[in-house]
Write a protein that binds this ligand. Structure first.
Ligand SMILES: Nc1nc2c(ncn2[C@@H]2O[C@H](COP(=O)(O)OP(=O)(O)O)[C@@H](O)[C@H]2O)c(=O)[nH]1
Ligand SMILES: [Mg+2]
Length: 211
């Protein structure tokens, strides 16, 4: 019987090394997939507590109703608070609207503990006095130590009214109050939840990356 040819053995030896390397790569890939899966499971369990604040009649309840597909006609003024729970991206968000009337506003800070983010609603068609009151209320909220550093979504309503301020003007008017805090501004149009949804998704990203 003739001896096996070395040149014929060499390729099969190389093939087995290549096979081993490929198996290692597949194993590593599976391992990474498993880690990614574990990570997304952690994110999907995340719950965020968000406060929805703003002066009386600015449109907080209307925006929240629109967000969960409830009718926005004939919304009663909020006397105590109004809570909506909904999924946003892979998280669950509990949004608590506190009534904006003066007699309720003095109790806002009783609800500041354990929050992860703020939605502050601003009326774009407010007169100068209401505009100042709204800015003062926002400043008071942001200066409370219980809400220190929490990201803030400014939701602008009443953009359908004539003579309303633009988003750009509202940004310029408010920009001094945030002092390094992460904030975003989004419009709300009755009948569409697009702006508020985009705003809440952006807020989730900010809350995920805040300390
Ligand atoms: N035209 C207009 N009316 C709005 C808008 N948002 C809210 N409203 C109206 O403003 C009034 C007060 O709204 P509400 O949601 O109760 O205000 P809240 O006190 O901040 O909760 C209601 O009559 C709403 O229909 C808006 O963007 N445009
Ligand atoms: Mg309300």
């Amino acid at each position: 019987m003739s001896k096996p040819n070395k040149l014929l053995i060499m390729p099969s030896f190389l093939e087995s090394i290549q096979f081993g390397l490929a198996a290692c790569c597949i194993g590593l890939g599976k391992c990474c997939q498993w880690m990614q899966c574990q990570k997304s499971q952690v994110v999907s369990k995340e719950q965020y507590e968000v406060l929805c604040l703003g002066l009386k009649g600015v449109g907080k309840s209307t925006a929240l109703a629109s967000l969960v597909g409830e009718p926005i006609e004939n919304i009663e003024p909020t006397t105590g608070f109004n809570i909506k729970t909904l999924p946003v991206l892979e998280t669950t968000m509990n949004i608590k609207e506190l009534g904006g009337a003066e007699e309720v506003k003095i109790f806002w800070n009783k609800y500041f503990q354990g929050q992860h983010g703020i939605v502050f609603v601003v009326n774009a068609s407010a007169n100068e006095e209401e505009e100042e009151l709204s800015k003062e209320a926002l400043e008071a909220v942001l200066s409370d130590s219980a809400l220190k550093g929490l990201p803030c979504l400014i939701l602008v309503t009443h953009l359908d009214k004539p003579e309303c301020k633009t988003i750009k003007e509202i940004k310029e008017f408010l920009q001094g109050v945030f002092q390094g805090r992460k904030w975003i501004v989004k419009p709300f149009h009755p009948g569409s939840d697009e702006g508020i949804r985009q705003g809440l998704e952006a807020l989730v990203h900010l809350m995920m990356h805040s300390e």
